[in-house]
Design a protein around this ligand. Sequence first.
Ligand code: ADP
Length: 177
Amino acid sequence: MEFKVSGVEVVLMKGDITEVEADAIVNAANSYLEHGGGVAGAIVRKGGAVIQEESREWVRRHGPVPVGGVAVTSAGRLRAKYVIHAVGPRCGVEPIEKLGEAVRNALRKAEELGLLSIAFPAISTGIFGCPYDAAALQMAQAIKEAAPQLRSVRRIMVVLYGEEAFQKFVEVFKKTI
Ligand code: ADP
């Protein structure tokens, strides 16, 4: 499913984000950048331990990543050049609007790095417990708001793991974007 927002291509697809061809893939991280399960676990398994090592070094230097914030590492053996680690909110603990902030910060970082394409997973909808529709709304609004300022980024992918997530995201993006 493809959309065009202020000249930027926005593509929703079903699949595994570690297989996607993009300059950066976004990780659904926690503040300590300890990549155990979910997307984070998959990224480190496929990309290699260097991603976890660089993440620990990042936290040693800068401290924990705030909710809504991002950190960058290399992407190891993945096809991407970078992993942008974005910390989404835990639903019921932190406000869902922090998810929009994480998306805007990831897009800003991709611009700083001069990247053409970036792929997001459904941040906060796994271990962090947010419903697909609320998360999709945050992501769609953040992308729509950021798109007019994007110069370098021309393609934004949202990679959904499974049919249910994909259907919910398509429904919300159609109404919002
Ligand atoms: P969070 O802690 O932010 O909730 P998770 O990694 O637990 O992050 O899950 C975020 C979303 O990513 C969930 O919808 C989960 O189903 C999905 N997911 C898990 N593995 C992958 C993968 N390899 N590619 C894309 N999405 C994935």
